[in-house]
Design a protein around this ligand. Structure first.
Ligand code: ZN
Length: 319
């Protein structure tokens, strides 16, 4: 398959084939993760939300407490979502693939493993090499402050038999609906097919947080894309730049304005591009209309096979 017209703006920042040694090609996807139902963002061992003290904005000299949406939590959901997409598309296209699931049965032969990385746990594999991840997540910080978005719910279990409540009261601390987390997913040395898979994964992931069987609904909206030989900005910079004196401005034009402000700080300005609003919109339309068919799957899985064979041949053969 040839590079689709809509993705030509990023051509310089794609690699032809995934390769174990990474180049500098970096694509950043800027998105708003908007919480649409009560969502519990905490680590397993505490009942508290993850929070952190950060500056309010670049203009106002004041610190505020924000809720942190850990990168590991975003990654866990999206890695699983990509596996689901691949498995369902392969099923539909009647393209046979190996089962691959977290945590200990990674196949190391699929595009998910090639992007998210994995260590070899199975002795049956032809190579013992591990795969280094090429997708990077960082903590996202809420636009609004902790005080504005936290909600404490008290609940106790009701017995179905007696329809009476139990003795113990439980507390759930969650993030309120309509909370926005500006976030960035960074791709290193990916192919255009891997870019399509990542975009489809991000856009189709909807459940996050602990206790996601209740609540946890999130909508991801892509608001900017850059290509370069390095990262443009970090999620913390993204959040504090969006907090301005005139209030928050969520438009893609404003996101592009922020990215342009940081462009002079890059070490490789000549090798950097900030996609225009219409280019981002064109890509989003293309991604949503693009169907993952047998030809796409065959080429994407062949790329991983080629990657693994490079790894195998670069290592001393085992007896
Ligand atoms: Zn896999």
């Amino acid at each position: 398959m040839n590079l689709p017209e809509e993705l030509k703006v990023l051509e310089k920042y794609f690699v032809k084939q995934p390769y174990p040694l990474l180049g500098a090609e970096t694509i950043q996807i800027f998105l708003f993760r908007e919480v649409l139902d009560f969502t519990v963002l905490r680590t397993e061992d505490t009942r508290e939300l993850n929070t952190v003290i950060t500056p309010l904005s670049t203009e106002i000299d004041e610190n505020v407490q924000r809720v942190a949406f850990l990168g590991s939590k975003q990654k866990a959901v999206e890695s699983r979502q990509m596996e689901r997409l691949l498995r369902t598309a392969a099923n539909e296209a009647k393209y046979p693939i190996e089962e691959c699931y977290l945590k200990d049965y990674l196949c190391l032969e699929c595009p998910r493993c090639a992007l998210y990385g994995g260590t070899n746990a199975s002795a049956s594999k032809t190579t013992n090499a591990n795969i280094k991840h090429r997708v990077a997540y960082s903590t996202a910080f809420s636009l609004a402050t902790f005080e504005q978005i936290q909600q404490v719910t008290t609940f106790n279990g009701i017995s179905d038999m007696t329809v009476q409540t139990g003795q113990t009261l439980n507390e759930r601390i969650s993030v309120k609906p309509a909370t926005i987390f500006p976030s960035i997913v960074t791709l290193h040395s990916v192919t255009w097919k891997e870019f399509i898979l990542m975009m489809k994964t991000i856009l189709s992931s909807h459940k996050y947080g602990a206790e996601s069987r209740i609540g946890g609904d999130v909508r991801n909206t892509v608001v900017g894309i850059t290509g370069g030989w390095e990262e443009f900005i970090t999620p913390l910079e993204f959040t504090i730049e969006l907090n301005s004196e005139e209030g928050n401005n969520f438009s893609t034009d404003n996101v592009i304005k922020i990215l342009n402000k940081y462009k002079p700080l890059l070490a490789n300005q000549k090798n950097a591009v900030i996609l225009l609003t219409e280019q981002v919109e064109k890509i989003l339309k293309f991604i949503s209309e693009f169907a993952i068919n047998k030809e796409f799957l065959t080429e994407a899985y062949d790329d991983v096979r080629a990657y693994r064979s490079i790894q195998e041949n670069s290592k001393p053969k085992k007896k």
